[in-house]
Design a protein around this ligand. Structure first.
Ligand code: SF4
Ligand code: FES
Length: 253
């Protein structure tokens, strides 16, 4: 496949207080082997050369680890490829001459800062509320001293792969953060180290999630469909079970 030319329609917004709009751009000389973010880099080089302001977008690791990249591509959070973050997406997934719309995550709890960059500090505040183990547990024990079943270990590891990108919120019709919070609750609730503070952890994190303005989960499953780590919505069920246990028996937390 030769180099591609694409018609882009990109959300431009000067700052948090200004109105935004979709702006058309044509970008050419795009190799199908370029990543989506490299394609945007090329567009930005063209814009800078024309003395126009480049498009702001979040990114860091560019290998699916950090959770910074966050684009809604043709209406889908992280674009068309399942279990793939925006930074891992390649231009061969798109048609030469086609049109691509590029928008930021849209949710009240993730306000747009500029262009395609949103403020995801609501996630940080949820983690800061109780998403950790604060006990001093001494030296690392022998690996076989604390028994964990294979099933729990695998589920906990799956939950721990959440990179905190926020695509689950962007895709949910209620802008719910339940998949993110469910994953963070589950990866500790499934392991012995997470038990002692478990009830206060789930109570505080769910409360903080509500205070941040995220919506309720009504089991649409859009979150799981766009999650770059394919995190299962079964973690939301586990979070609800942990939350019920905590509010029904708070005294032994
Ligand atoms: S659950 Fe998936 S979509 Fe949501 S923040 Fe974590 S990695 Fe991103
Ligand atoms: S830039 Fe780090 S996950 Fe995409």
């Amino acid at each position: 496949m030769g180099n591609m030319t694409l018609n882009l329609s990109v959300w431009r917004q000067k700052n948090a207080n200004s109105l935004g709009e979709m702006v058309p751009y044509i970008v050419s000389g795009i190799s199908p082997d370029m990543s989506f973010l490299e394609m945007l880099d090329k567009l930005n080089e063209d814009l800078i050369r024309r003395e126009e302001s480049p498009i702001e977008f979040d990114n860091d690791c560019r290998e699916g680890i950090c959770g910074m990249c966050s684009l809604v591509i043709n209406g889908v959070a992280h674009g068309p490829k399942r279990a793939t973050a925006t930074c891992e997406l390649h231009m061969r997934e798109f048609e030469d001459g086609g049109t691509i719309t590029i928008e930021p995550w849209r949710s009240k709890a993730f306000p747009v800062i500029k262009d395609l960059v949103v403020d995801r500090s609501a996630f940080d505040r949820i983690i800061a509320s109780a998403g950790y183990v604060s006990l001093y547990v001494g030296e690392a024990p022998d690996a076989n001293a604390v028994l964990v079943s294979k099933n729990s270990a695998e589920r906990a590891m799956d939950a721990a792969t959440c990179i905190g990108c926020g695509a689950c919120v962007a895709a949910c019709p209620n802008a719910s953060a339940s998949l993110f919070v469910g994953a963070k609750i589950a990866h500790l609730a499934l392991l012995p180290q997470g038990q002692i503070e478990g009830k206060q952890r789930v109570t505080k994190m769910v409360q903080q999630m509500d205070e941040e303005g995220f919506g309720d989960c009504s089991n649409h499953g859009e979150c799981e469909a766009v999650c770059p780590k394919a995190i299962s919505i079964s973690h939301i069920a586990l979070m609800r079970k942990e939350y019920l246990k905590a509010i029904l028996n708070p005294e032994d937390s």
